[in-house]
Design a protein. Structure first.
Length: 71
């Protein structure tokens, strides 16, 4: 084994920032869209903000489990 070889290769994490951003935007858009559709269907005005907050929260939770602290 030569001196320049790394015995433990590190994972390629170059696109993780863009992936996290796309997950956040996607979660907000999907759940916000569901809230918007339910608001239109039920004639209410509170489900769009609930969907946006729920989408952001669930996405952050999913990201925590995927990219959270590892020991």
């Amino acid at each position: 084994m030569s001196q320049n070889e790394d015995p433990k290769p590190t994972p390629n994490t170059s696109g993780d920032g863009w992936r996290v951003l796309s997950y956040l935007i996607g979660g907000i858009l999907v759940y916000g869209g569901i809230g918007f559709g339910l608001d239109r269907w039920l004639g209410t005005q509170f489900l769009l903000p609930v969907g946006i907050v729920l989408g952001a929260g669930l996405t952050i939770l999913m990201l925590h489990f995927r990219y959270g602290l590892r020991s």
